[in-house]
Design a protein around this ligand. Structure first.
Ligand code: AMP
Length: 204
């Protein structure tokens, strides 16, 4: 199965991507994570991306698309993938569609996590991640950058919702609630059986 997870920063895409991809038995591919790994590793790609990331802007399409193309060509993505944070512009979506067509594939579903903006600001300002044993705030979760990221989302990424709706691929789910509740809605929207319920005999 080939799935895109769409949604604003703070919607819980990263968390849900890990859980859903494990259930789908495909890799979760997060462009944000790949960029952050390159920033930490101080690679050329990381140095280029950091400038845009710290400003809350999108990394230019040509850098991002080439990186995703390489990642999708790896053997573990052959049978399927869950993309988290890509595409983020219509141009990226068109290039993804064309690359998949070349490979004889297409997307099966695009799942949009819906959260109102007030809740996003609240979540992002409180978000911390573990780095070298310490809980730190992501540089781009600082309040001014968060505001910019939300504007960028509204202007450049939100139109993807209509793009995928027209393609008949879009499923929208309410992403407010516990992680388990949102996962359950997501699996249902993807037509994957939710076996997380208690008491299931472990047959496999
Ligand atoms: P994320 O972890 O998905 O919130 O991504 C963090 C940052 O990485 C974003 O604010 C962008 O600067 C950059 N980024 C991640 N994915 C993309 C993408 N598909 N296109 C452009 N920039 C991206």
């Amino acid at each position: 199965m080939r799935v895109v997870l769409l949604g604003p920063p703070g919607a819980g895409k990263g968390t849900q991507a890990q859980i859903i991809a494990a259930r789908m038995n495909v890799p979760a591919i997060s462009t944000g994570d790949i960029f952050r790994a390159n920033v930490s590793g101080q690679t050329e790609l990381g140095k280029k991306a950091k400038v845009f990331m710290d400003a809350g802007e999108l990394v230019p399409d040509e850098i991002t698309v080439a990186m995703v193309k390489d990642r999708l060509a790896e053997p573990d993505a052959e049978a399927g993938f869950l993309l988290d944070g890509f595409p983020r512009t219509i141009a990226q979506a068109e290039q993804l569609r064309d690359s998949l067509t070349e490979l004889g594939h297409g997307l099966d579903r695009v799942l949009e996590l819906v959260v109102d903006e007030e809740e996003l600001v609240r979540r992002l300002s409180g978000r911390r991640m573990l780095v070298d044993g310490q809980m730190v705030q992501r540089e781009d979760d600082k309040p001014e950058t968060v505001r910019r990221r939300l504007v960028v989302y509204r202007e450049q990424t939100a139109p993807l919702s209509g793009f995928y709706e027209e393609a008949g691929l879009l499923a929208r789910i309410d992403a407010i609630g516990s992680v388990e509740e949102v996962t359950s809605r997501a699996l249902q929207a993807l037509g994957i059986q939710d076996s997380a319920g208690a008491g299931r005999p472990d047959a496999d």
